[in-house]
Each structure stands twice: as C-alpha cells, then as structure tokens.
Design a protein around this ligand. Sequence first.
Ligand SMILES: [Zn+2]
Length: 657
Amino acid sequence: MKNKIEILAPAGDMKALVGAIYGGCDAVYFGTDVFNARIRATNFTLEEAEKAIALAHAHGVKVYITLNTCLYERELTKMLGYVVKLHNMGTDAFIVADFGVASLIKKHYPSIELHASTQCTVHNLDGLEYLYKTLGYSRVVLARELDKENIKYISKNAPCETEMFVHGAHCMSVSGQCLMSYALGGRSGNRGECAQPCRLPYTIDGKTSYPLSLKDMTLSNHITEIIDSGVTSLKIEGRMKGESYVSGVVSIWKRLINEKRNASKLEIKTLGELFSRQGFTDGYFIKDINSSMLGVRTDKDKSASNEIITDETALNKPSVNMIAELYEGQRAKLTVELLEKRAVAYGDIVEKAINAPISEEDIKKSLSKLGNTPLSLGKIKVLKSDDIMVRVSSLNNLRRTAIASLLSSNSQLEIKEYEGQALPRVQKIKTSTFVDENQIPKNSDYFDVIFVPLEKYTGKSNGVHMPPVVFDSEWGEIDYLLKSAKEKGAKWALISNIGQIERVKRYEFNILLDYRFNAFNRPCVDYLMKTGAKGLVLSPELNLAQARDFKSYSMVVYGKLPLMTTHKCILKDTVGCDKCKGYMNDRQGAKFFARGIYGHRNIIYNSVPIYMADKQSDINDFSYHFIFSDESRDECYEIIESYKNKKAKNGDFRRVK
Ligand SMILES: [Zn+2]
C-alpha cells in the first residue's frame, strides 16, 4: 500500500465529483447533508451519495465520507444509522473527528474503516500511535502546520497510513483548535459551520491588515520530498469549489506525481488561475513562517479564473464484461468484471422450457440493460443448456445484484441503536490556568490545582499546562521541561491533545484533559477518561442543558476563551517578537489579547470573559475551571473574591447558558 501515492480530491457535488474523476484522482472525499465540516458546501443527500459512490467505483476511485464534526449526545443514534447506510452503499472509509463517534463505530462495527480527521490535532507520532492503538484508525490525516521533517518522521514510523494536505486553503488556527467563529457569532467550526472570521481585517498596533488570512497552500514544488516522505495520500482541499477547480488541480497533481517532478511555471500559473489568494504559500512545509504567508482573494485573483467545463458526458462509461451460466437444474449465475474487480451473483434455479425456450439473444438483451448505472457493456458470454426457461425479471434481478456488488463490495451491516453510555464520576475540583507565575494572587488557595505554562514553570504552583502543540522535533526540550517541573514539585499536568498523553504519563503526573479535546458526548468522555486522566474540561461549546450529562466534570466557568492557537506569530511584524504580547482589534472595536507561547506560536483570546460568579446555582454540579489571560494579579484577586462571594459583574461578559 505504502508504495502507491494516492491523489485525494474534494467533491462538493456531483459535478465536482465528475471533475475529480476526469482529472484522474485515486480517491474522493465528500460529505452528505448531515454531520460534516462543510455544512455550507452543497453536499450530497443519501440518495445522491449512492449514485456518487457507484460512479466513483465504476472508475476505480475510492470514496471517503467526511463525518468530521463533533456530535451531541442526541445525534449519536442518527449517526450510527447514517454510517451503516453509507457503508452498505460501498463507502471505503469514514473521516472522523469526534473520538466518541469513532469509538462507537468501532464498538458496533469493527470492520468499518476509519481515518482520523485533521480536526483530531495530530502533530506527532505519539498522537498517531495512540489513535491507531485505541481506535484502530487505518489512516491519520496530519496537521497542516507540520514541516517536511516532521511529516517524514511520522510517516516513516507510522503503523498506519498517513495523509497530508498538499493544495488548497489553509486555516490560521491549528485544526480542531479554533473557537473563533463559534465565540464571535455562534457558528461553530467544530460543528461544520465556520463563518471564516479569519478572512476579515483586524488592527494590531494601529496597522490594519488581514493578519489571520493565509494564502492557499501548494506544495507542487516539493514533489520528490513528498514522494520520499512515506505519506500514502495527498489531499487537495476544496469541497466548496466547483468542477473546474477540482478537475484542473487534480490533473496537474496527478501529472506531477506520475512524472515525479515539480510544477512548471505555467502549471503554477494555471493552479493560481483556478483559485488562489494572492498566490500560494509553502511556508509551513519549508519552515519559512512570516507575513508573506498572508493573502486575501483580490479582484485580480477572481478575474484570473480558469474555467474548465466538465460534465458527466466527459467521462467514458467503463465497460463491464459478463459471463452468464444458465444450466438446467442449477442456479443461474452471472459473473461481472470491471478493471481488476469481479463480482458473482446467483439467481433462481434454471428450468427446462415447457414450450418456448429463451433465446441467447433475449438473455443478452436483459443482461445488457445498464442504462441507470455508470457502466457500459463490454464482452458478454452466455453458457447454457438447450431449451431452458428463465424469466426476464429473474435475469434483471441477477444483473442488478451482480452490478451492485461490483460497485459496493462491502458486507451489508445492520443498523444498531446507540444505547447510551455510563460515565465514571470524577472528584470535584477547582482548577485554573495562569499565563505566568507572577499573575497568581494571594487568595489562589481557592483552587485545588493551578496550572502555569510548562515552559515558565519554576515551582510556585502544583500544575503545568502543556503547550497546545508539540512537534516530534520539540520533544527533546519538552521532555526536559517535564522532568524538571516534576522535580520542582508539579503534581498535575493539563494536557492539550491526544499526542501528549503517553509522554506526560511517563512522569506520573495527575492528568486533567483540556477543553481542547472537544468533548461533546458521553462516548467521547468515556474514551478520553480511559487514558487514566483524573478529569476533563468539557467543550465550552456545550450549553448547560447539554452539559448535564457530565456532572462532576470540569466546566470553563471563568475567563476569556482562547479563540485560536496559531502556528504563525501574528505579532511579529507589528509589536515585535521581543514582546510577543499585544492586542488585535476587529472592525467593531472588540479587543483580542494575543500572546506568544511555546514554539513561538500564539494564542488569541476572546475579547470578553465567561462570567458565572453570580450564577453558581447553575454550575455547582461541576468542577470549576478558570482561564486567566491578560488580567493583572490584582484583577485575578478580585475575580476569585467575586466567585467566593457570588458577586454580580458590570461590563461585558458571556454566560454559560
Ligand atoms: Zn512573536
């Protein structure tokens, strides 16, 4: 498997699917009208999906269905039914983000193949291995921020396949770690509703620009490095884009991989004409991370559009060969062959004709009716006894069954209900994160555990906060920091993603899992608690009614939510990296605090805090988790006093409702 590189194309609708096949892709991915991360894309209904899968398979193209949103508890039964239907239609794999969804599917249907979405935030080999070991993913989609050395390290050592993005739009935030669209307008990126606030202008230090809008990526100048990296699948982004884009981009990429060469100037120009935002970037891949990575879609970009029209007639109908065996006293048998695939169907017992026997010509006529399939007839051979009788309806059934199993070789599974999930109770505690130790006020004994960033820890509290992102190339330093924090008295670690669990366990910390795990449902919490963690911070996207399933677990009850974790520093060209701390204003004047963190990444916080001091009757079933960001030590002191005394607050704030 690892020697053949797959070109994986987006298919937002039937036309784009045709474009992708026409362009020469090896596999496509698309969503249907529920449970996928591009709700605004046209998407397929289940009925259309069936047709799409048949068309793709007729051309030897694999189909992966995106199921890459976080699901609420009440959606899980529907999800299982949906997965089974799509599996039975022939889906080759599901791209899944939610650990609860993945564990439910694996529990009920171990044979279904799963790919871990880029939303799972896999930046290192530990993360990939953990997912492979615990959920049996056959493939992991790597984070888009990784550079070539780290991609190669993971792929060469991975026990399963890896997939990387090679072309298309970039998110500013680390995937699966963006709350911006949710927090600013209620449209959750983790639920597939992203409104792309990153494409808007913002002002930093008096300068207005587009500090969060990245150019589209193309790695078409790194073909040999990609081939040598050990990656199985090359993903092209663009489920919102049309057939011209898809067929154009796919055909160029196919050519480059086949010919093992970089794109020519003309090919880069063509790619740009298909879609770009002021050209392309390869900044993350080559570790050249600076403001040249930024870009927006200009009128010039739009006018360059390069229309390549493809419709279904552009595709030849692949021809299927048939052998019918109709022997008296035996079941009718039809063998069909397409490319390297073969399927066999059996029908009724063939009987001797009483008066008019069926002719070979009539048999061929019935079997060759492929009108509503994406196939045409190749060779047909009929082997039969003399003077037999076979009903036309029986021949039609035989043909339909054989063609269906040719286009979907999946075993037919039965829909099972989600039966609910009991959760372990956890000990109720109060925890908080501070950005550094100087911020910790003297009434901080309100908290059972205080986390400060691992890289700033000197022993003044009992917990360390793992950086949100750790590449394999950074483990040396992080290991050293973990070891020395342990020696200085840290007992707890707040961890950010699945790739940090095994490492932190080695140092025997008590583990609290951060909200960054996007825990939305009980199977997800159950799966995550099996890591041996002492607790978990629920997704701040859950409302009070939804959180009721998770009593005793931690809820963010105070603080400005981190909206984005960025791999590129947004402050570099404005306030400068010696400070690496500043404010970003939007057009409405909201002020977002941003600061540098480990690895010269940034966290951008919301402009208003969550505040629940005077609403504690709503939240006292939960563990409390506070997030302090740009508050001074005195302000932190006052906030803690407010929670002790259930005080109301003036000014802007958000509620957990
Ligand atoms: Zn910086």
